[in-house]
Design a protein around this ligand. Structure first.
Ligand code: TYD
Length: 253
């Protein structure tokens, strides 16, 4: 494990398919760069030559659920060694579209792979390489399904995971919310059910300012409804803090 340089930030984005996560990844990277941070934008499965080849297999070929988990970690191991740890050691910010939480949510929650297997692989393969902050884009399954159908109608072919039944996505979503509740200092849950608008982008803007200033441990927690609230307050009491400090300089894609 390479030592991290002061100021390094490892940020991951998570959520069920159709939650709007990928739409925000590029925006987040731009916003961090505008604040003078050097940012490596990457994704999982993928991020390296081998990882991208494994992504193609994982997203399109049928295989056992255990095999899926093992291949996710094979790709991740290369990614951590070749991309993530070197970037953090250089003091850069890493924004990664999915990471190990996705394996817990999709393979564990969605497909029933034993959590001990995932936890063991996590401990052995990247014991010290864990996100400082995870943005969880949360959306009901019906909304995600609608968005995927719209993309399909525009001619995009859905991958193996995106073709899963609604009950699968319900389990994945529940698993993500459980992860967020277990680690409130790391997770920020973003209600992603509204159409993406400037106001919504402003919420992210506020959180980015928070990332840059404070990193983790910002005194927020995830309430029992899965909302981000100030520690010790209800969602209603703290919702005024969800308002944007200022409008983002650029429109959301
Ligand atoms: P996704 O990140 O949603 O990419 P895109 O936005 O291009 O569709 O697609 C990756 C898929 O891989 C997604 O359906 C979730 C799945 N996945 C897992 O099942 N386990 C994992 O550990 C990771 C990283 C991804």
């Amino acid at each position: 494990m390479t030592a991290r340089t002061t100021g390094a930030r490892f940020i991951t984005l998570e959520g069920i398919d159709g939650a709007g996560k990928s739409t925000h990844a590029a925006w987040l990277v731009d916003a961090l760069r505008e604040r003078g941070l050097r940012v490596v934008a990457t994704r999982e499965p993928g991020g390296t030559g081998l990882g991208e080849a494994l992504r193609d297999i994982l997203l399109h070929r049928p295989m056992s659920h255990d095999c899926e988990a093992l291949l996710m970690f094979a790709a991740r191991r290369e990614h951590v060694l070749q991309v993530i740890e070197p970037a953090l050691a250089r003091g850069e910010c890493v924004v990664c579209d999915r990471y190990t939480d996705a394996t817990y949510a999709y393979q564990g929650g969605g497909h029933g792979v034993p959590l001990e297997l995932i936890a063991t692989l996590e401990r052995l393969l990247h014991p010290d390489c864990n996100p400082d902050l995870t943005l969880l884009f949360d959306v009901p399954e019906a909304v995600s399904r609608q968005r995927l159908r719209r993309q399909q109608a525009k001619g995009r072919e859905l991958d193996k995971f995106e073709r899963e039944a609604g009950a699968f996505f319900e389990r994945v979503r529940d698993a993500y919310l459980e992860l967020a509740q277990a680690e409130p200092a790391r997770f920020r849950v973003v209600d992603s059910s509204q159409p993406i608008e400037v106001e919504y982008a402003g919420i992210l803007e506020w959180r980015i300012t928070e990332i840059v200033k404070n990193g983790k441990g910002t005194g927020l927690e995830v309430s029992s409804e899965g909302k981000v609230v100030e520690r010790g307050k209800t969602h209603d009491e703290s919702s005024e803090h969800e308002k944007p400090v200022q409008s983002p300089e650029k429109p959301v894609k």
